[in-house]
Design a protein around this ligand. Sequence first.
Ligand code: PLP
Length: 395
Amino acid sequence: MATTEKPQDALMKNYGDRLATLVRGKGCWVWDETGRKYLDLLSGIAVNLLGHCHPAVVEAIRAQSETLIHVSNLYHAPPQAMLAAKLAEISFGGRVFFGNSGAEANEAAIKLARRYMRAVKGEDRYAVITMENSFHGRTLATVTATGQKKYHQHFQPLVEGFAYAKFNDLQSVEALVDEKTAAVLVEPIQGEGGDNIARADFLRGLRTLCDERGLLLIYDEVQCGMGRTGRWFAYQHAGVEPDVMTLAKPLGGGLPLGACLARPEVAEALVPGSHASTFGGNPVSCAAGLAMIDYIEREDLLPRVMQLGALLSGLLDELAESCDCVVEERGVGLMRGIELDRPGKDIVTRCQEKGLLINCTAERFVRFLPPLTVTEEELRRGVQMLGEAIAEVAS
Ligand code: PLP
């Protein structure tokens, strides 16, 4: 490295200019390298479900990393199977494959769907219908699954076998089903798309369609899952179960971990040698995830998410009424934000200058993804800062 270069110059520029250099975190608060403190209501984009460095998670990481860090998937290590059993218990049962990220979890689900159709059902089906404005990851298959053209640019040829339907429009899904269709992949709440909520009747319609046509219904709960909406999984609000579900983001308590869950009959498709991941289900990540789930259960945080979500919704509604540029407030639980009539980037930048970390997605949706442990006071303070930022930037 030349002496004039900063260590950051050794990184690729795919993340653009980083917004700050953060060096320490505790609960809802983070500190930058100059010692400045920020209220973090973004949680590493829905990762830090219990806030920064929660003692229950820190202790689980410490204990597991002093005991066993990695063994490869040639062997069992207790935390992995324990976490799989716990996920099955709080969802729809079934079996679990662990990877390290949301993209890997979705990649596993797509491969599972293809293999299930061919190896288990003996049908040559491989295509997956996904939704416009969806987000499923950045590997070649999952970026293809992502129904947003901007993410496809310059990566063609994309992976064969994907088609995009309109979200919340059952007819548009039906119109795409043909003899090659294997699965429908949908986020019960589109996070990156701007907290677009799948209606219960849409999910019910998809369930019926998949049952009638012999397709797999796959939910991507990478962002909306694990308690963020006040239930363990967002689909539980509608009560419509999938055949396959993917998880990641908060699953490892802040450490990399992704999971693909499937009904036992579907899970049969992944026989020995058909799929794998060196680090998938790492004992330390799984122990951290188990500790996080245990804490949420012990402290009965899910009802609290509902209450705090209602508070946040009310605060954002008030903001919407007082600011002309706010089109609407929407979301579920602690996955919430406001849609603006203009790009939200400058407002988010102003928030950061004021000491609040949130973000803007889908260009005009400014969103909050606070930890489940956030206090009422922190939410009030965050919305107040957002209101001030809007008044300064957008008036
Ligand atoms: N699926 C959804 C719904 C997501 O929100 C994301 C990331 O934002 C992904 C998949 C990809 O996850 P990862 O970045 O861990 O690969």
